[in-house]
Design a protein around this ligand. Structure first.
Ligand SMILES: Cc1ncc(COP(=O)(O)O)c(C=O)c1O
Length: 395
């Protein structure tokens, strides 16, 4: 019997184990040399002036929201086809996520709709009303657009040029959720470095992992200092011990995690290449499987950073039926993403329901993430594809 195929798995070597062990032999388990070295290596890799380590991608998104100066009741345009953290970080600052539907091919924000929404929100009144969450429509639009928060879903960059233009037209910041997209490039430029700040994440299913962890990158010196203060209970770099200048958080990345991250970023090209190889095996084997649509890569994506391998199950086959058949055959798979506006908290708080973002909803119904990691072997990909083929043949 073969060992079960996991949904995801980290790509670790002796180098990572040695690096973490070495930290355990010191007395500095937090705020030490490892985080500094990891940040320096990360900034060098992304080509940004600053990189600030935090204890999750979500923490990084929260701090980026604070840096934009967003106030309670302000608006931030973002994607409903994402992992929930990219919208929650807006709510942490009591601002309002304004969802805009996505491009049906990539699942990333549709830039034309974003421009329309930004113009309407600036105009206010009835023009703005349609873009507000249902429960807030009758209260009138009193907020101000403060930021755009595009997500590079599945490791594919959003169409950034028109989004950056909309942001310029409205004088608002762009914060990139690059949590799934380390190493991806858009027209030759690195995802996560195109806006005012970018956020990366290192959960164990990510391209590089620190266990839990994240990284903010920015070219603004002032934001670098602000992020360092906010992640460390509001102390300024020049603060005396236990002097807290502003409301801060404990979002620090510990030394063990940073050592792991440093060893991983040193292997980044190899890690991305492994994942690209696995995606390639899938692409080859699924080329002629009826009712299974392979991932679409936009012409603007000059490098895909494979985070997940997500296929679309076409009617008359049903994604949920295929998922059950795969599970019965011992193959895990997941719906990815479940639209954020349809999550119970968002339905209850904002009055969202089916029909609000049709493209996102249709993608949410057909998208199926197959087992995927850089350590997946060719025969495992073979097995998943055989079982998937068998599952759709019964439709
Ligand atoms: C698009 C996106 N945003 C944000 C996050 C949050 O990252 P973390 O789980 O490290 O808080 C993730 C990670 O799962 C993600 O995929």
């Amino acid at each position: 019997m073969n060992t079960p195929i996991p949904m995801s798995a980290p790509d670790l070597t002796e180098a990572e184990i040695t690096a973490v062990n070495a930290v355990l032999r010191t007395s500095t388990l937090s705020i030490g040399p490892q985080i500094q070295a990891f940040e320096q290596a990360f900034a060098a890799y992304t080509g940004t002036s600053h990189a600030v380590g935090v204890n999750s991608g979500t923490s990084g998104l929260h701090l980026a929201m604070i840096a934009t100066g967003v106030q309670a009741g302000d608006y931030v345009i973002t994607s409903p086809f994402s992992f929930i953290a990219s919208a929650n970080c807006i709510l942490y600052e009591r601002a309002i996520p304004i969802f805009v539907d996505v491009d049906p091919r990539t699942g990333n924000l549709d830039p034309a709709l974003v421009a329309e929404a930004a113009d309407a929100l600036a105009a206010g009144g009835t023009a703005a009303r349609r873009w507000l969450p249902p429960r807030l429509r009758d209260a009138g639009a009193t907020g101000r657009l403060r930021a755009l928060l595009p997500v590079h879903a599945f490791g594919q960059p959003a169409d950034m040029d028109p989004l950056l233009e909309t942001a310029r037209n409205h004088d608002v910041a762009v914060i990139e959720d690059a949590c799934e997209a380390i190493g991806a490039t858009y027209k030759g430029r690195r995802a996560g470095t195109l806006g005012a700040a970018g956020v990366f994440a290192f959960y164990p299913n990510k391209q590089i992992t620190t266990g839990e962890g994240g990284m903010l990158v920015t070219d603004y010196q002032g934001w670098d200092a602000l992020f360092r203060s906010l992640r460390n209970q509001g102390r300024d770099v020049f603060d005396a011990w236990l002097n807290h200048t502003r409301l801060g958080y404990n979002y620090r990345l510990d030394e063990l995690s940073a050592a792991l991250g440093l060893a991983q970023i040193q292997r980044i090209e190899e890690l991305l290449a492994h994942r690209a190889q696995v995606a390639n095996w899938y692409n080859q084997r699924l080329a002629d499987v009826e009712l299974v649509e392979r991932p679409f890569i936009a012409p603007t994506t000059t490098r895909m950073s494979w985070f997940v391998y997500v296929v679309r199950i076409q009617p008359p086959a049903s994604r949920d039926v295929i998922m059950r058949r795969l599970a019965d055959a011992g193959i895990p798979s997941r719906p990815y993403f479940t639209p954020i506006h349809l999550q119970p908290f968002y339905r209850e708080t904002f009055g969202y329901g089916l029909g609000d973002f049709p493209v996102t909803e249709s993608l949410g119904e057909v998208s199926l993430a197959l087992p995927f990691s850089g350590v997946m072997r060719e025969e495992q990909v073979d097995l998943v594809c055989q079982r998937l083929h068998a599952a759709v043949k019964q439709c």
